[in-house]
Design a protein around this ligand. Structure first.
Ligand code: ZN
Length: 318
């Protein structure tokens, strides 16, 4: 009985919109990483791959800019898109928020998800040669820009965790055998006609944190308020770090659904952007803005620090 909607939901989950932190969030991650890279070999390697006036802040928005209509794309982006027609799905995974860890093959993971794609980017950066004979068919420069972006996405709780709803619109965990429809990382939960829960976490939370400060002041605030702690560091080979960090972010995903009750399920017909799918209305509890802002501030600081840590692991001091 659930089969068809579930199949549709799976298709939507793969094809649906997912943007990640807006430009302000991604750029903050890139600038924070540059702060922690100062004076290192990794900083020099990054500089050699980027263009003269291009910083990691700009690099960190490349993967989203590559989603724009063809007429806005650079030749470099066009090549990437042609070789990676499913690049939209590289930005996330959809693990049931009740789960405790990212595990290979679990509901909401796939070989093209954010963790696998980040791992591929690391391998490309680690390779002594700069060749494009990899899964993504990209060179080191594109791998650097992609990972600078995905690092931000990996720290947006709804890019890792997702809710699944049963026929009565209750949250279920498909890993326990229950069947449910995916909310596409909150994309199918409407707060207003123009804002989804996912969009709220991508941009509203960053705006709440940003509070009209300039980009430089925002980064200074984040770096000053949230110095790195030992828990921010991953263990073992660098190719396993994205998986560890996905698990860390998944721990926050349940908070995104805390106090949220989906209601008014409607079937949305297929249009040029999405397949047919269900959407629900949600109302944010009073504590939600402050709580989500607090989460996002730490996550942005963490993502910037971790991007630098990853690049220093790829290019250790000689
Ligand atoms: Zn993204």
């Amino acid at each position: 009985m659930f089969k068809l909607p579930l199949l549709i939901a799976m298709v939507i989950t793969l094809a649906g919109p997912a943007h990640g932190y807006g430009n302000a969030g991604h750029m903050a991650v890139g600038t924070i990483a540059e702060h922690f890279l100062k004076g290192t070999r990794a900083e020099r390697e990054v500089r050699a791959l980027l263009r003269p006036k291009e910083g990691l802040d700009r690099a960190a928005t490349w993967a989203d800019r590559a989603k724009l209509p063809d007429k806005y794309l650079t030749e470099e982006m066009k090549k990437f898109v042609a070789n990676n027609p499913e690049h939209h799905i590289y930005h996330y995974c959809d693990i049931p928020f009740q789960e405790k860890a990212y595990r290979e093959g679990i509901t909401g993971t796939n070989p093209q998800d954010i963790v696998h794609t980040m791992r591929n980017c690391i391998e490309i950066l680690q390779n002594p040669e700069d060749k494009s004979d990899n899964r993504l068919k990209i060179n080191k420069r594109v791998a650097l820009m992609l990972i600078s972006h995905y690092m931000g996405d990996l720290h947006q709780p709804l890019h890792v965790g997702c809710s699944y709803l049963d026929e009565e619109d209750h949250f279920v965990d498909p890993e326990t055998g229950a069947k449910g429809l995916a909310d596409a990382g909150g994309n199918h939960f409407r707060i207003t006609t123009t804002t989804s829960l996912h969009g709220y976490w991508d941009t509203q939370t960053v705006k709440l944190a940003h509070d009209d400060a300039g980009a430089a002041d925002f980064v200074e605030f984040l770096v000053g308020k949230f110095p790195p702690t030992p828990e921010w560091d991953a263990k073992g080979p660098v190719t396993t770090w994205p998986e560890q960090w996905a698990t860390d972010t998944l721990g926050l995903a349940s908070q995104c659904f805390d106090g949220i009750t989906p209601t008014d399920r409607v079937l949305v017909p297929k249009d040029e952007k999405e397949e047919e799918h269900f959407e629900w209305k949600v109302k944010l509890p009073a504590h939600y803005p402050n709580k989500s802002r607090d989460v996002v501030e730490v996550e942005l600081a963490k993502a910037g620090y971790r991007l630098a840590a990853l690049l220093k692991a790829v290019w250790p001091e000689k």
